[in-house]
Design a protein around this ligand. Structure first.
Ligand code: NAI
Ligand code: ISE
Length: 335
């Protein structure tokens, strides 16, 4: 029996996930949708047929034919919608950020613990990426000694006008905040944000690029360049400097060309394509574990930890100072 999924939010990634859940992955079907843009949701439903569009997100959650939820609305709506799913006792996959503040994320953790069973998985898909997994294997096997410094870049070609300075952290760098602490198996202790000369391709409300420096409990330093109007492509870089060697995230596969007196490789320009396989693996794992009544991927606790760090980074953007990050104690429920 296929897992019957209700999706809340039918924008860019909502449409991507609906396609995967309905037509690509094994063991799931989309039965209900909602978006505040009802017309948009209806258009998406019409491309498949047989999917009910509900007037409110609560109607999707309450729909008795819906076994589990996927929340792909915009970040500020996530907390309320996840809490409603927990209240209804339905498993829920929520895109990052799980909540836009640590306080909001904590309310989700508290609600899940009070419910007594894990229901929430957060869309930190990089943990499912083949390249990051290989990098983790190399580090865990001790092949470069202890990691010391990570040089990373998160570059988008452009972002919409509504994207402003703090979103470089809670919309963009939140991926590195999560995946890098998983990669080095460590927790963050401080954050600093440096603002270099701004590109002429940004606007008054967005400082771009930014450099985020994170320090971990073991003293490992991450230097992350966040550059969301880089123009040339969607480019994710991660190089780990260890005591005896260096390990680098593989580039996405691309044909090397020798033509017109040039040696060249294509650079991707879209997150949808760059992480297409990671999203597939991530959601297949979510379907399989949800059917078993388990949460196998990043939990609400992971979402909360990321928000604690994200809040400190946003503060560091404002103060220019090195801001401390205090990792909360993990409750036994999340062991
Ligand atoms: P989008 O703006 O294309 O779509 C968001 C949709 O949510 C819109 O259709 C909007 O009308 C709808 N919406 C807003 N508030 C709502 C509410 N209260 N109830 C129902 N629908 C509501 O944005 P996009 O790019 O699809 O992002 C959605 C979420 O997914 C964001 O949290 C974003 O950070 C995350 N995301 C994650 C990615 C990843 O790599 N894991 C990639 C892109 C987005
Ligand atoms: C977007 O929301 C994502 O999650 C993408 O993975 C990220 O690269 C981009 O910066 C965000 O805006």
């Amino acid at each position: 029996m296929a897992l019957k999924v209700g999706v809340i939010g039918t924008g860019a990634i909502g449409q991507e996930h609906i396609r995967r859940l309905h037509t690509k992955l094994n063991g799931s079907t989309v039965v209900a949708l909602n978006d505040i843009n009802l017309e948009g949701a209806q258009k998406v439903a019409d491309t498949y047929g047989g999917i009910t569009v509900h007037k409110t997100y609560q109607d999707v959650i309450d729909d008795p034919s819906v076994d589990a939820l996927v929340i792909t609305s915009w970040g500020p709506a996530h907390e309320e919608q996840v809490l409603a799913a927990i209240k209804a006792g339905k498993p829920v996959f929520v895109e990052k950020p799980m909540a836009t503040t640590a306080e909001g994320a904590k309310r989700i953790v508290d609600a899940e613990i009070a419910f007594g069973k894990k229901l929430v998985q957060v869309g930190f898909m990089r943990r499912y990426d083949a390249g990051y997994k290989l990098l983790k294997d190399v580090i865990d096997a001790g092949k470069i000694g202890d990691p010391l410094v990570l040089h990373c870049a998160h570059r988008n070609p452009t972002v919409p006008e509504a994207y402003v300075t703090y979103m470089a952290i809670n919309d963009t760098a939140i991926h590195e905040i999560d995946v890098l602490h998983w990669l080095i198996d460590d927790e963050w202790t401080s954050a600093q944000v440096i603002m270099p000369k701004a590109t002429r391709n940004t606007h008054a409300k967005l400082k771009d690029p930014q450099i985020l420096i994170l320090t971990s409990q073991k003293g490992i330093r991450v230097v992350l360049e966040i550059f969301v109007n880089c123009q040339y492509g969607y480019d994710i870089q991660c190089e780990v400097v260890g005591e005896t060697g260096i390990a680098k995230l593989p580039e996405p596969m691309s044909i090397q060309m020798r033509s017109e007196e040039k040696l060249s490789n294509t650079i991707l320009n879209d997150w949808k394509v760059r992480f297409i396989e990671s999203y597939d693996v991530e959601l297949q794992d979510w379907i399989d574990s949800t059917v078993k009544g388990e949460v196998n991927g990043p939990t609400a606790w992971d979402g909360y930890l990321a928000s604690v760090t994200s809040d400190a980074c946003v503060k560091a953007q404002e103060t220019g100072a090195i801001e401390p990050i205090v990792t909360p104690t993990r409750p036994a429920f999340y062991n």
